[in-house]
Design a protein. Sequence first.
Length: 220
Amino acid sequence: MTNDPNRVLRRLPIVVGVLAGSLLMLNRFLTPQITDSQARSDALGVILSALLILTGLLWQQVQARSPDAVQLIGEEGFELASDLPETVKAELAWASRLLLTNTVTRSIVVWYQGKVLLRRGILGANSEVKPGAILQRVLEKQKPVYLVALNLYPGKIEFDYLPENTQGVICQPIGSKGVLILGANAPRSYTQQDENWVAGIADKLDVTLQAGETGTGVEN
């Protein structure tokens, strides 16, 4: 479980507000005679302290917290289908490395025309992909599916080829013949920019795979 990097920032208004209010009260008690100007200043200080505390309490509720990450269960590895052309292997290696180093992705599977072309990152125990309802929908509708918290979805059982404690999954279509499947180690961790990045890489892979289909061993 990761620490929240914004914890101190969210609590700072509360701490400052309480401290300022306490000092105002202490100063009031230690002052033998209160002038009108000091009374007005004290009242203003109390209001400002209360606003700081209220702001801190609101920040506790509305500011986004970093999602809790887990250590995915499995061994790290890099597997490529042996019958792929070298150009396709190089493209898959390049794309998977980009995703692992520039997004929250920790596990990658490329499934194309009924065959697993690549597995990289933390590997699940099962190396075979049997498309379930979610993957079928991605292929049919040609639209990605982002499962922000995999544990909440009954359909999670179809992703038995990912680490068993995978927290979030993106299924991005690769044209009409395949799916790029990404597993993250934290829920709700992909941003819109990440999703756009994944879509762009999937489109690039589609072009490469279509161009190399005659030599991939994955043709119909």
